[in-house]
Design a protein around this ligand. Structure first.
Ligand SMILES: Nc1nc2ncn(CCNC(CO)CO)c2c(=O)[nH]1
Length: 289
């Protein structure tokens, strides 16, 4: 199939979905590795396997179910990606971010992205939840940006601003809700750095990224954020710190995917409460609930 989908291709997918559910989502949620349980919170679910959605990529990673789930969270209409796509799966970057344009055409106004990440900040512990306040787009530095190529002005401008990528009000809301829920001890904020993967970073790379101001390192999210902001959706994102990135040459630690999924299971309940409480408080224009 053609790699670059036009707006009308994206609209055809969105219309195909909208014809099969009467949920009109105002919030889109992206579940990271092992965090698919967020989708199970939705009531009155209408779910589509990615493989049944025309032109949708397939999830190939253990811990990513591969379903698009429509439903309501405490009465608020949402759509949730149970499984996301990554550069390391071999997808072209525009395939990875296609769901963001579908969200936009479904009427989504706010995207909430979650991921699992390694902790570079030495104050972080495994199990911490880091509210993302900014990102370092390493693949972007090498020209691998989802907006490269011809720009469709109907989605957004040619050169979009990214200094306001992460909505400050939603960051504050997350902090407030987290405190209310008693999550203060493990609620942090920081800068997320994306790498291509699939290999985990070396010790020298962790030390470099930490020096460059990164607090957490992962392999996703940033590409989706860029496309979501390009087409004017508000963005909130958080990382579940699933392990301490290895920073010392005398460390025996070895990053592994199983540990990532295990930590996700342990923290899933708190993550779900944080995100679902935020969804009930986010104001939307189309208050059709
Ligand atoms: N040190 C380190 N710890 C991490 N925990 C989760 N991720 C995000 C990558 N997640 C992959 C592999 O688990 C699956 O998408 C990382 C990472 O990139 N580095």
């Amino acid at each position: 199939t053609r790699e670059r989908l036009t707006l009308s291709d994206c609209k055809a997918i969105a219309d195909w979905l909208l014809a099969q559910t009467d949920v009109r989502p105002a919030v889109g949620i992206v579940c990271g590795s092992g965090l698919g349980g967020l989708a199970d919170m939705l009531k009155d679910q209408v779910a589509f396997n990615y493989k049944d959605i025309p032109s949708f990529p397939q999830s190939t990673v253990h811990g990513h179910a591969g379903r698009l789930v429509f439903g309501t969270l405490k009465g608020r209409p949402c759509v949730c990606m149970q499984g996301r796509f990554h550069l390391y799966e071999g997808y072209p970057i525009q395939k990875i971010t296609l769901p963001m344009r579908i969200f936009k055409l479904l009427g989504v106004e706010t995207v909430m992205l979650t991921n699992a990440a390694g902790g570079l900040n030495q104050d972080f512990k495994v199990g911490d939840i880091m509210i993302i306040k900014d990102h370092l787009n390493m693949p972007g530095f090498a020209g691998n940006n989802p907006l490269s190529g011809p720009n469709d002005e109907r989605f957004g401008v040619r050169f979009p601003c990214m200094s306001d990528a992460y909505d400050r009000d939603l960051q504050q809301m997350a902090m407030d809700v987290g405190q209310e829920l008693g999550y203060g001890d493990f609620l942090k904020e920081g800068v997320y750095c994306v790498l291509g993967g699939p290999s985990f970073e070396t010790i020298a790379e962790c030390r470099m990224l930490h020096k460059l101001g990164a607090d957490a390192v992962g392999m996703s999210t940033v590409h989706e954020v860029i496309v979501a902001r390009h087409c004017g959706m508000r963005v909130f994102a958080l990382s579940l710190i699933t392990n301490q990135a290895v920073m010392d040459y005398d460390s025996e630690e070895k990053a592994n995917h199983e540990e990532v999924l295990q930590t996700g299971k342990q923290r899933a309940e708190q993550l779900e409460r944080l995100v679902s409480t935020m969804v009930t408080r986010i104001e939307h224009n189309n208050n059709n609930y």
